[in-house]
Design a protein around this ligand. Structure first.
Ligand code: MRU
Length: 333
């Protein structure tokens, strides 16, 4: 059962609107780069590798729009700087857009739309192939006796193009042996309950949904073998940004003496950042935590702190599994 969160046609990018899941599986066609920026900001398309694809797709749509204009390249570069503002933490977005900026600098105007599409196409292939390789590397690396996994956020096909990162590994292991997955609901936007549970059910993998604050008790009571998550940005020293709440799990793994694995493509490694304090952590709207299903759940004028990501220190991460290899602490990327 294959799920493709994002697809390209010759004239548009098609995404599953993830804000509608699990109630409705609706594919939306996007032809305007501004609509793609809105979709990225609203998390209609999300997950680090998928954000990279969506950003590259948005740049390609802008290239089609401005192709016949005077100052084509300037307009395109301005559109790219708007796309860069959509979400700051996942490095995959900047990785893809920097590559497209290089293409703009070195390609004649009449070949630009074609060359950007060629790059976009190669990025789809890269994400697919790397997610497959990560799944194999995870299967081979994680001890065969591990059958009880705890994960956070959504790192499956919806977050990538292909098999996923951490959830891709989980799915691959489930092909070989019986496993059980415990899924953090992932407050406040519920990627765990809405998206990961949906994917696991599609793959018929036994899974239990828990709220984030149940993790410690669950690890103890259900004898969790390991914790496995994805990443949005990995620094040179291995410090890793991922969905808010991931660091809680990294600390719990240390306390309970179980491994904490990160699964991510090599493109999520940002060698320009020495350590995690240098990562730009996205702050999101107050309403995401003062309201639930449009119902206010906090007093009027409550001040909020709503970071979308946290940074797990490298020394709490047992291994980082990429498509190339498995790195173990201490990391030297
Ligand atoms: O805010 P989101 O839903 O885009 O956050 C996603 C995550 O934190 C994932 O764990 C991460 O992008 C890795 S997904 C392959």
């Amino acid at each position: 059962m294959k799920i493709y969160s994002i697809l390209r046609s010759k004239t548009a990018i098609l995404i599953i609107d993830q804000t509608l899941l699990p109630h409705m599986e609706k594919r939306v066609e996007i032809r305007d780069y501004r609509k793609m920026i809105e979709a990225i900001k609203a998390l209609r398309i999300r997950g680090a590798p998928a954000i990279g694809l969506a950003g590259a797709g948005a740049a390609w749509l802008a290239s089609i729009e401005f192709e016949k204009d005077e100052q084509f390249k300037q307009k395109l570069l301005k559109a790219i700087s708007e796309i860069e503002q959509s979400r700051p933490t996942a490095v995959n977005l900047f990785h893809a857009l920097n590559k497209i900026k290089d293409i703009i600098m070195t390609t004649p105007e009449d070949k630009l739309v074609y060359e950007i599409y060629e790059y976009l196409d190669s990025l789809f292939h890269y994400e697919y192939d790397s997610s497959k390789a990560m799944a194999e590397n995870g299967l081979n690396y994680i001890p065969k006796e591990f059958t009880r996994f705890l994960t956070h956020c959504n790192t499956g096909s919806l977050a990538t193009y292909g098999f996923g990162t951490a959830l891709g590994v989980i799915n691959r292991i489930a092909e070989e042996r019986e496993i059980t997955v415990f899924v953090d609901e992932t407050r406040p936007l519920l990627q765990g309950s809405r998206l990961t549970m949906w994917e696991l059910q599609k793959h018929s993998i036994p899974a239990y949904l828990i709220t984030d604050n149940m993790a410690a008790h669950t690890i103890k009571e259900h004898k969790i073998d390991c914790i496995i998550t994805g990443a949005d940005r990995i620094c040179k020293n291995g410090d890793t940004a991922n969905k808010i709440g991931t660091m809680n799990l990294a600390i719990l793994a240390k306390y309970f003496n179980i491994p904490f694995y990160i699964v991510a493509p090599e493109s999520t490694i940002d060698r320009s950042l020495d350590h995690g304090n240098m990562i730009n952590i996205e702050q999101r709207a107050s309403e995401e935590i003062t309201h639930l299903n449009n119902q206010q759940i906090a007093p009027n004028n409550s001040q909020t702190f709503n970071p979308a990501f946290d940074v797990s220190p490298a020394n709490l991460i047992t291994a980082i599994i990429t498509e190339k290899k498995v790195y173990e602490y201490p990391y030297k990327f």
